[in-house]
Design a protein around this ligand. Structure first.
Ligand code: SF4
Length: 342
């Protein structure tokens, strides 16, 4: 049975989680799925595509810096969507990009060239750090004599977290995937499942990947409470937090999602993560959350729009009936922490 862990710094608010679970129990939550399943890609390249892309997917909208955006095949995209489309386009032209020997040799200039946009320029930050993560990935894959990600899956016999070896433990050997809250690992494993590439023996162990969008939204809804006044002050003033504070916040969000997943009867934390993540990044933005009235140019994916229709045909945030911040002006934003974990 899942228990709600008490934290010195941050605590799961079980009452709010129960109200949210009740709300979601009555809703038709879309399945977790990816917009593109990489049509035409050789199956053994799909794992390498996601393994490399997730390794460098962090901080795509850093504070005090323009967010990552650009145009790919005539479509304006931002953040993860831009990373995905640009990498897919490059990999279709040069399949060597999906091979560990290439990753081992990548330099910052290669990353800049890969993700530079003709119109918006070079918006991807920390290209040196991202290149180092890919070099480490390539080196360790080759040290294991793994040509592709499927070899890791076979080595772990399809187990996410049970027994030895398992996927979460093996992925943590890569520098890009050694986050104690395992954001990138859980994201990668969800992508592999949702693209119908991998299946897991212990599917219920696939928890939610917690990033800054998830943190912002859960702080606002109130599924977690920041108990430390010092940490609350850091959040209010945008002061960088310590690594144990970052861990406490994200682990509490992780536990809150697991609790809501169980209590709502959905029993699929990854499905809930996709809902939360899409709503938080599209509607519950840092500066202009659309709590009670959605903007006419909302970027929420279409499959989630039915959840936003309320009385009188007015669209609003699906979480507004239970959210502690829906009717206040002074809302939390996510904590500041320099990291390549998310
Ligand atoms: S109601 Fe407002 S603050 Fe609450 S989750 Fe929705 S957009 Fe965010």
């Amino acid at each position: 049975m899942l228990t709600t862990t008490k934290y010195v710094l941050v605590e799961v608010n079980t009452a709010v989680c129960k109200r949210l679970a009740e709300l979601l129990r009555k809703s038709d939550i879309p399945r977790d799925e990816e917009g593109s399943a990489l049509p035409g890609f050789p199956p053994h390249f799909i794992g390498n595509f996601f393994l490399a892309l997730v390794a460098i997917c962090h901080q795509t909208s850093p504070r005090h810096h323009p967010a990552l955006e650009g145009v790919v095949n005539g479509t304006h995209l931002r953040g993860w969507d831009y990373l995905f489309a640009r990498f897919e386009s490059a990999a279709r032209n040069d399949a060597a990009l999906l091979e560990p020997p290439t990753w081992r040799e990548l330099a910052a200039a290669d990353i800049r060239n890969l993700f530079r946009d003709k119109e918006y320029g070079e918006l991807l930050t920390d290209t040196e750090g991202r290149a180092a993560l890919l070099r480490d990935l390539g080196q360790r894959m080759l040290a294991h004599a793994w040509k592709n990600a499927d070899a890791i899956q076979e080595f772990c016999n399809g187990r996410v977290a049970t027994g030895h070896p398992n996927l979460l433990d093996m992925l943590a050997e890569f520098r890009a995937y050694d986050d104690p809250v395992r954001k990138k690992s859980l994201f990668f494993l969800a992508l592999m499942r949702n693209s119908h590439t991998w299946r897991y023996r212990d599917d219920d162990k696939l928890g939610p990947p917690v990033d800054y969008h998830e943190v912002r939204g859960h702080l606002r809804i109130g599924t977690i409470d920041v108990k430390s006044s010092e940490l609350r002050e850091k959040l209010r003033q945008g002061i960088e937090v310590a690594s144990e504070e970052d861990f406490a916040i994200r682990q509490a969000v992780y536990d809150a999602i697991m609790l809501v997943s169980r209590d709502s009867g959905i029993n699929n934390p990854s499905q809930l993560h996709y809902l939360f993540w899409n709503v938080f990044r599209s509607i519950c933005t840092r500066q202009s959350p659309q709590c009670l009235k959605l903007s006419s140019n909302s970027t929420l994916p279409h499959r989630y729009l039915p959840l936003t229709v309320q009385q009188n045909d007015q669209r609003r945030c699906p979480f507004s009936p239970v959210c502690k911040s829906a009717r206040i002006d002074d809302r939390f934003v996510e904590h500041v922490f320099q990291t390549d974990y998310y």
